[in-house]
Design a protein around this ligand. Structure first.
Ligand code: HEM
Length: 174
């Protein structure tokens, strides 16, 4: 069987960015946490984490993403998610579709305005034996800051807590 990537143009000829996703082009690249991310929640001890992010495209009118987090000392893999970011053509309406290793699959929707993307959960599903407490709502904000670093802030509401910040992280492009 040929390598599947052989169906794509050679890697020295990256596909042309689809104009539909041009408003999200500031998210493209490989990003590493710098400094480590900060985890918070009323029920949790504050924690830190490392994260590697890949945001790419293959010329389709959508971006592909993966967020892979690691323990700051042991580098043991922690939370992982991957999916797609779609734009409604000729609008600033964005859909963020993600599958997470915790057994959650979710759709968030929102808007891109300049170099800032805000999305909130539209639907969340989970495996029947997902760990409790369950997440009931998620909001995320991504922005490119004045230093050219990508930032992500995630808040959530669970079955026991109202909407509260869970994650804040800054990434440096590598
Ligand atoms: C705990 C959701 C991303 C690390 C939790 C809890 C929920 C949750 C519902 C349980 C809170 C409680 O016990 O009250 C999510 C969602 C995420 C996300 C929806 C993405 C949208 C991450 C990321 C990390 C992380 C990127 C980075 C390592 C943790 C840790 C705990 C936790 C360490 C506490 C221990 C545990 O329950 O595993 N998260 N999380 N989470 N989360 Fe997240």
């Amino acid at each position: 069987l040929p390598y599947l990537s052989g169906l794509l143009p050679p890697s020295h000829e990256p596909p042309k960015l689809n104009p539909v996703v041009e408003p999200l082009s500031w998210m493209l690249g490989t990003w590493l946490s710098d400094p480590p991310g900060a985890g918070t929640f009323p029920t949790l001890q504050p924690f830190q984490y490392l994260e590697e992010v890949h945001i790419s495209h293959v010329g389709q009118p959508m971006l592909n993403f993966s967020f892979n987090s690691f323990h700051p000392e042991t580098h043991k893999p922690m939370h992982r998610e991957c999916g797609f970011i779609r734009l409604k053509p000729d609008t600033n309406k964005v859909a963020f579709v993600s599958a997470q290793n915790t057994g959650i699959v979710e759709v968030e929707e929102g808007e891109v305005n300049g170099q800032e993307l805000c999305v909130s959960s539209h639907s969340i599903s989970r495996i029947s034996f997902a760990k409790e407490p369950h997440v009931e709502q998620i909001t995320r904000k991504f922005r490119l800051n004045s230093e050219g670093k990508l930032e992500q802030t995630v808040s959530m509401a669970t079955t026991t807590q109202p909407m509260t910040q869970h994650l804040h992280i800054t990434y440096k492009k590598v």
